[in-house]
Design a protein around this ligand. Structure first.
Ligand SMILES: *Cc1c(COP(=O)(O)O)cnc(C)c1O
Length: 348
């Protein structure tokens, strides 16, 4: 692996007290090209714009995938990655679905650790602070033929973040017309195009006063799936319900960690389909205690209400909500403030 460090860090120009999500990038980036049927030698080089041929196939056919993960700094200044093995496994699952060649797991983990080691000053300590890591792969071959490309590029870039959503109450709209992912589609992959297709319906929901859309199954709009950047949990009666992973739902690392932590608290977790009708009934008869989302960016995000076909429903959250307890459980592991009995954290 070629490592070419910056001559001078840009870190002193970053205002860490006023970060806007995903706009400042750390000093270095990881890059590796695929050509002639094989990945070449990876490089870690100064962060900079890249050259791309205008006919690069990712720009035309969306053959592009990504990942999202974080590095955390503990109170002793040590830097930790959270379950990075899960991210490279998922990147390769996404790669298969988009007909992109897999990237070797060991090369990824080695490159990632070297990159984060070089940029460790960019991982700020303190609650809510972390370095958001964005690995991505795209078809770089200069060719507008509508078929899988023969050249690709994997890159990893990093952006320091503080708390993702610090706005007030979160209200979501349950989709009754638009869809995120059909059965047999690319919903389980972190495909770039999955996001592009959500922007327009999400903007319509924002115009109606919601922050996000809860997606339902594309065929009937009866079954609740996920929020498009977060998986969802519903605390109804004494059970915590989350949709089973399918080909239209992304297998979130935060989701599976939250399931383990909830079980560890003695909560009964039901991985099953939940219909919109059942949710509305639970809201009406007050057995619906909480709704929350889970994802790397937000960790755990309480949802205070939802709208469906023009009617709004409130979800009252108590100060000692399960969502916030699970968030505390998870972040204490991520910031190495508690015993990591699951072996989720990897030291850089
Ligand atoms: C990334 C993502 C999530 C959350 O996954 P995590 O691994 O927990 O960050 C949920 N849904 C979709 C569609 C996603 O792309």
């Amino acid at each position: 692996m070629v490592i070419r460090p910056v001559k001078k860090s840009r870190i002193e120009y970053v205002d860490f007290d006023n970060l806007s999500f995903g706009t400042n990038f750390s000093d270095h980036m990881f890059i590796c090209n695929y050509a002639d049927g094989a990945w070449g030698e990876p490089e870690i080089i100064p962060y900079a714009p890249i050259q791309l041929d205008p006919s690069a196939s990712a720009l035309h056919y969306g053959q592009a995938i990504f990942e999202g993960m974080k590095a955390y700094k503990d109170d002793n200044g040590e830097v930790w990655l959270f379950r990075p093995d899960q991210n490279i496994k998922r990147l390769n699952k996404s790669a298969d679905r988009l007909a992109i060649p897999q990237f070797p797991e060991d090369l990824f983990l080695d490159g990632l650790r070297k990159l984060i080691d070089l940029d460790r000053n960019w991982v700020q300590s303190g609650a809510g602070n972390s370095l958001y890591i964005r690995p991505f792969v795209f078809a770089s071959e200069p060719c507008v033929q509508a078929s899988p490309a023969k050249e690709y590029r994997i890159m990893i870039i990093c952006t320091p973040v503080s708390s993702y959503y610090n706005s007030g109450e979160v209200r979501v709209k349950i989709a009754d017309h638009f869809s995120r992912a059909p059965q047999g589609g690319t919903g389980y992959a972190k495909a770039a195009g999955n996001y592009a297709g959500q922007f327009y319906p999400t903007q319509l929901a924002i115009d109606e006063g919601y922050q996000q859309v809860i997606w339902t199954d594309a065929a009937t709009h009866q079954y609740i799936e996920e929020a498009g950047t977060m998986n969802l949990f519903f605390y109804i009666g004494d059970k915590l319900i989350t949709a089973p992973i399918s080909d239209s739902i992304l297998d979130g690392v935060t989701r599976k960690s939250v399931i383990d932590l909830a079980k560890n608290r003695g909560i009964e977790v039901e991985t099953r389909q939940l219909t919109v009708n059942e949710l509305i009934e639970a809201a009406n008869n007050k057995s619906l205690r909480e709704i929350f989302g889970s994802g790397t960016a937000v960790v755990v995000l309480p949802i205070h209400g939802f709208g469906y076909k023009g009617k709004d429903y409130n979800v009252e959250q108590s100060a000692d909500s399960l969502a916030l307890e699970l968030k505390a459980d998870l972040t204490s592991i991520q910031y190495n403030r508690t015993d990591d009995s699951y072996g989720w954290c990897v030291k850089v």
